[in-house]
Design a protein around this ligand. Structure first.
Ligand SMILES: CC(C)(COP(=O)(O)OP(=O)(O)OC[C@H]1O[C@@H](n2cnc3c(N)ncnc32)[C@H](O)[C@@H]1OP(=O)(O)O)[C@@H](O)C(=O)NCCC(=O)NCCS
Length: 176
């Protein structure tokens, strides 16, 4: 599944689709509305704002080894969130990362994007998806637990948890 139309808790209609180079112009407005704290939860480093080099890297991913989905508000055309999945080198898993526009947190978009990414990974035939989450990021850890992820300490980094979802344990998900 590459594209999906979803509705948030507040009724907002959102189109989730693969991120393409032509979406580059939506990124600055999106990241300008992500708080420094949320940027730190996503990138694990203090950041007042994302620099052009980082945006360029996020947009020009290698489609052979990675996928990114963008969420676009159907009425305004604004970028509301992004979830990425990068293949493990030589493995059967993928590492995800997700970011939602800060003012939109709690409206259900993160959950829907995670389900979209998980369904894509299942259809791709991956065995697991996993991600790193700061231990203080209780919203994300709780959401992952509700989605069926196992949560463990990251051996190599203090204060970081690794969340892993074995896809063969799951029924095929639908994004609704
Ligand atoms: C973490 C993050 C992605 C969550 O996104 P979000 O859109 O705010 O999350 P949602 O609104 O979908 O879900 C959050 C809540 O709803 C629950 N939820 C949402 N939709 C649901 C559904 N359909 N069924 C059951 N539970 C649902 C979640 O478990 C969670 O519970 P809570 O609000 O009671 O705490 C977002 O806060 C974010 O971008 N944070 C900064 C970056 C980050 O932390 N990234 C993670 C590391 S890669």
């Amino acid at each position: 599944m590459l594209e999906n139309h979803v509705t948030l808790h507040d009724g907002e209609k959102v189109f989730i689709r693969p991120l393409k180079v032509e979406h580059a112009s939506l990124y600055p407005d999106f990241l300008a509305e992500v708080t420094p704290d949320d940027l730190r939860l996503r990138f694990f480093a203090p950041m007042r704002e994302a620099n052009p080099e980082l945006i360029d890297k996020l947009i020009h991913y290698d489609p052979e080894h990675a996928m990114a989905f963008i969420a676009i508000a159907e009425t305004s055309g604004r970028m509301l969130g992004v979830v990425r999945l990068h293949d493990d080198p030589g493995g059967d898993g993928g590492e995800f990362a997700i970011l939602v526009r800060s003012q939109l947190k709690g409206h259900g978009l993160g959950w829907l994007m995670m389900k979209h990414m998980i369904t894509y990974a299942q259809e791709k035939g991956l065995e697991t998806v996993h991600g790193q989450v700061l231990a203080e990021n209780t919203t994300m850890l709780q959401m992952c637990a509700e989605l069926g992820f196992h949560v463990a300490e990251e051996a190599s980094e203090r204060g970081v948890k690794v969340v892993t979802l074995p896809l063969h344990e799951l029924p095929t998900l639908t994004a609704h």
